[in-house]
Write a protein that binds this ligand. Structure first.
Ligand code: PMT
Length: 427
């Protein structure tokens, strides 16, 4: 079970408030203690009784209302005195998550207003603040909202990028959705992760290049050959490397996950674009972590318009090999760079086959995952891997991708430690 966090959840007014219920359900199922504060407007969408039932704790809306739980989180003892609710809840929280954050609430947070319990608690909070905006796409794109978001980020607030897709108003499409509750919980756990116990895995001062997601190779203007990579593994590696002090760049192939403000992103679609982006960044990198699922084949020709199906019973799409990007980078590597590949394998002989890849691709380590399993690997929240190096192998049992990422970086840190021989004789 994950380490228990005290999560203060602020719910503001918007249709996406219904997703906050699922976030609470997932968070409590993962063993976290959750308290909820709501704006009056949010109660037009979801009532306090639903949050109270899921959290097992009173829900607060009014600043002048006393908290029957006296600012305690479920499972914690209540103080003898009767504290001010917004101060005590914020003081006891490990993280304050505002999801959904309406355009109005984002603006109030940026202006430092404290006109309701949610915004007062935000001003009082000294714990990490995670804001997940959700609104109409035009409201999100408005310069006022974008300025407010930039100001909050500059102050150290983590503001998640709202994914693009169908919005609440009929027929509306665009950026403004609340991230899925599971992604929100992942962001909460990542922001409240304790510092790594082993100081040996310090990456301070290193530049880490990560690839994430799955490439899409166009057949025509609307169709593509792709794969099920979500980008979670690559993004978890990036977050873990940033936690350890590295300067991180992610080349993201079609990843719709929340962005980490500490990380630089280059968005790409195809294997060719991913190759170009990697070629541009590789020279500067000390470590390459190649978690992207890159197409091995792409349509030899792609149509500019949309393929017509009239009269066709069968369609042949000729595919051609894509270059092996990792092998290409390994061929021009410097000896001081550390290269880690991933191997999507299954069946008997997976490790032997991956060990062969380690050698012929010229890598320092390869992370093998079984892509035949639905509970790990592609588009799963967890992974289970074996990390192969020239000197041995480390098995990491099924765990969150954040945990697996830490284990990969421990191996990287170990590979980069100077050997006694290289360090010279002890004085
Ligand atoms: O994104 P998630 O949903 O979290 O899923 C994570 C993952 C399953 C995609 C990830 O853990 C993983 O296994 N990524 C590598 C997938 C893959 O393409 O494996 P491969 O065995 O086909 O390729 C071996 C290595 O060569 C990989 O590092 C790959 O990035 C690289 N490669 C592959 C083909 C190609 N043309 N160029 C490459 O550089």
């Amino acid at each position: 079970m994950a380490r228990r966090r005290r999560i203060l959840l602020g719910v503001s007014g918007g249709i996406a408030a219904y997703k906050a219920l699922e976030l609470v359900r997932l968070a409590t199922a993962a063993g976290h203690a959750v308290r909820v504060v709501q704006t009056p407007a949010s109660q037009r969408f979801i009532g306090a009784a639903s949050f109270a039932a899921l959290t097992g704790a009173p829900v607060l809306v009014d600043e002048f209302e006393r908290d029957p739980a006296r600012g305690a989180f479920p499972g914690d003892p209540q103080p003898d005195h009767d504290p001010l609710s917004h101060l005590e809840l914020a003081a006891n929280a490990d993280i304050y998550v505002i999801a959904p954050a309406s355009a109005n609430t984002v603006a109030k947070l940026a202006a430092g207003l404290a006109d309701n319990l949610l915004t007062s608690a935000a001003l009082a909070a000294t714990c990490p603040l995670l804001v997940a905006p959700a609104m109409n796409n035009h409201m999100w794109a408005h310069p006022a909202t974008q300025d407010n978001v930039a100001l909050l980020r500059a102050r150290g607030v983590t503001v998640l990028e709202p994914p693009t897709g169908r919005l609440a108003s009929t027929g509306e499409q665009g950026a403004g959705r609340l991230p899925e509750p599971r992604a929100l919980l992942e962001a909460v756990e990542a922001l409240t992760r304790p510092p790594l116990a082993a100081p040996s895995a310090d990456l301070v001062g290193l530049r880490v290049l990560v690839t994430a997601g799955g490439t899409r190779e166009p057949i025509d203007a609307v169709r593509f050959v792709g794969n099920r990579s979500s980008g979670r593994m690559g993004f978890a590696l990036a977050a873990a490397a940033a936690d350890l002090g590295a300067a991180v760049t992610v080349v993201a192939a079609n990843v719709a996950l929340p962005r980490d403000p500490r990380v630089a992103y280059v968005d790409v679609e195809t294997a060719a674009e991913l190759q170009d982006a990697c070629a541009a960044a590789f020279g500067e990198a000390d470590v390459l972590l190649m978690a992207a699922a890159v197409a091995d084949f792409r349509p030899a020709a792609s149509l500019a318009g949309k393929l017509k199906k009239a009269g066709e019973e069968r369609l042949r799409v000729e595919l051609e090999r894509t270059p092996d990007i990792l092998t290409g980078l390994a061929a021009v590597r410097r000896p001081d760079q550390t290269l880690v590949g991933f191997a999507a394998e299954h069946g008997d002989g997976a490790l032997a086959y991956a060990r062969e890849k380690l050698a012929h691709k010229g890598l320092d380590a390869i992370v093998v995952n079984d892509v035949a399993r639905a509970d790990i690997g592609f588009d799963a929240v967890h992974n289970e891997v074996t990390i192969l190096t020239a000197g041995g192998e480390t098995h990491v049992a099924r765990a969150s991708k954040a945990h697996v990422a830490r284990a990969v970086l421990d191996v990287v840190a170990g590979l980069r430690e100077p050997t006694a021989e290289a360090a010279g004789p002890a004085s």
